[in-house]
Design a protein around this ligand. Structure first.
Ligand code: CP
Length: 309
């Protein structure tokens, strides 16, 4: 057992290696039960509040499904349907929800550090569901679990991540977690999309796509964040695709025999992924989505505790 079990998840390093592996083993059991349509845990005395002040399809819906699987009371917030639209501050929103007795806040916000800010006003558990460019720890957990399902070990696993690292909170959390688990990480992008802060982490950096894909076990594309590209960091999407788009032929000839393709989504077809590579049998993109539900069930149970049924 752990000296101190985490209560909050601001980023992946709030969990130790043993906790991550416990979440993965629990996720395997939950997945079997989930696919059989059975529930094996209950948190029916707990209330979760999903506070999404930035768009989301995968993360928001999978947290909601995870909480419902655990029989929790679920409250959903978004910008347009809440008093945020009447300019209520985040502090007053948290104090208001706290008085309704919330046990868990799941927070997505464009400002880095928002989950830590919420801690000042609430004793509930807090899960960061993506804060600006800072972190997206539950995406890293579901990504690593998908790798674990396919390879059963991280030792020497060659993971190549290709895309826009400048704007990616996903890659920041993924690198930390994959380093903790013992994988070998290579990142590949135009230098303008790869800030020094990322390149100086314990990873290999290349701007040569073929070098990145060669002998990789996992090839992960990252979304070109079109809504965050105002600095002209690359000439055009067409040119990006020409040099950095992941193509079937490159994947099938250069990556290792049982290699898998991953992408956290949402995907831009024809930009970071060429042709119909996203639909190939080696693409695990939809498995990642399903594992998002499963690992979030396991994570909430881990943070809040939970009774076996
Ligand atoms: N991967 C991810 O965070 O997707 P959403 O923005 O749809 O939640």
């Amino acid at each position: 057992m752990f000296a101190m079990r985490a209560k909050d998840l601001y980023d992946v390093n709030d969990l130790c290696h043993e906790e991550v592996m416990e979440i993965f083993e629990e996720s395997k059991e939950i997945k079997k039960a989930y696919l059989r349509g059975e529930k094996i845990f209950s948190l029916s005395d707990k209330t979760g509040c999903n506070l999404f002040v930035e768009p989301s399809t995968r993360t928001k819906n999978s947290f909601e499904l995870a909480e419902k699987y655990l029989s929790m009371n679920v409250l959903n917030f978004n910008t347009s349907s809440s008093a945020f639209s009447k300019k209520e501050t985040l502090k007053d929103t948290i104090l208001t929800m706290k008085s309704m007795k919330i046990d868990l806040f799941v927070v997505r916000h464009k400002e880095p550090g928002t989950p830590v800010f919420i801690r000042k006003y609430s004793d509930a558990s807090i899960i960061n569901a993506g804060d600006g460019l800072h972190a997206h720890p539950t995406q890293a957990i579901l990504d690593a679990f998908t790798m674990y399902e396919n390879f059963n070990s991280f030792k020497g696993l060659k993971v190549s991540i290709i895309g826009d690292f400048y704007h990616s909170r996903v890659v920041r959390s993924n690198i930390k977690l994959l380093n903790m688990l013992g994988a070998d990480v290579t990142i590949c992008s135009p230098t303008t999309l790869s800030p020094r802060e990322i390149r100086t982490l314990p990873i290999k950096y290349t701007y040569d796509l073929k070098e990145a894909i060669k002998n990789a076990d996992v090839v992960m594309g990252l979304r070109m964040q079109l809504e965050r590209q105002s600095q002209g960091l690359f000439p055009s999407l067409k040119e990006y695709n020409k040099y950095f788009g992941i193509k079937e032929e490159l994947f099938e000839t250069l990556a290792n025999k049982n290699a898998i393709l991953m992408h956290p989504g949402p995907i831009n077809r024809g930009v970071e992924l060429s042709g119909d590579i996203a639909d190939k049998p080696y693409s695990k993109i939809l498995d990642q989505v399903q594992n998002g539900v499963i690992t979030r069930i396991a994570l909430i149970k881990h943070l809040l505790g939970g009774d076996s049924l």
